[in-house]
Design a binder for this molecule. Structure first.
Ligand SMILES: [Zn+2]
Length: 199
């Protein structure tokens, strides 16, 4: 998938820092927390019983593959044709193929559950964009999901000119609240406009 010579954005699975690596890199280390990172895809063809599997790439569990882990984190997505017993955190679509068995939780931006697979318990949170790459992923063209971010306001709120960082939650609630003045407001100590929002 990764083209030669291209940079691609990845996210550190230790500290969530996002940065770019060369398209052919298989491992790297995070410039922020200095921990080693697996960038390459992981393919499981046999029994793989480990504490955790973490990669910035994809995890593919083949037909005879069987993952038993406490945690699986794959930022490039997870594709299961075999057996998956783990709590999984995915940064892209999870596919559970027709004859696959899935046992465990799943947090992913989207999930494809094919007819005939078996899901034996687990708590699914979909969409979950907690490890999805922001912004830079769009340039990549393959992994988006940013557009589905849950915090996007339904109706476009007119941006006040001169306000540097518009708070999405405030904009969305503008109907119920008087416009939040950024100017002097004596006794209240508040860090940001959003901290004042009450639901
Ligand atoms: Zn890091």
């Amino acid at each position: 998938m990764a083209k030669q010579g291209t940079q691609r954005a990845i996210r550190c699975y230790h500290c969530r820092h996002q940065f770019e690596v060369g398209g052919r890199a298989m491992t790297t280390s995070c410039p922020k927390c200095s921990k080693p990172l697996l960038v390459d895809d992981v393919e499981v063809k046999t029994l793989e019983a480990v504490r955790k599997i973490q990669t910035c790439g994809r995890l593919v569990v083949r037909k005879k593959g069987h993952v038993i882990a406490q945690l699986v984190e794959a930022h490039g997505g997870i594709d299961v044709e075999g057996i998956m017993e783990a709590n999984a955190l995915s940064g892209a679509t999870v596919r559970i193929a027709a004859k696959a068995v899935w046992k465990g939780g799943c947090n992913a931006p989207s999930v494809i559950i094919e007819d005939g697979c078996r899901i034996a318990g687990g708590y699914f949170v979909v969409p979950d964009n907690s490890v999805v790459l922001q912004a830079a992923a769009a340039a990549n063209g393959t992994e988006t999901g940013v557009e589905a971010a849950g915090d996007a306001p339904a109706q476009p709120a007119p941006a006040a000119p001169g306000s540097p960082a518009p708070s999405v939650s405030v904009a969305g609630l503008r109907g119920d609240l008087p416009a939040v003045p950024l100017g002097p407001r004596p006794p209240q100590k508040s860090q940001s406009p959003s901290s004042r929002v009450r639901r």
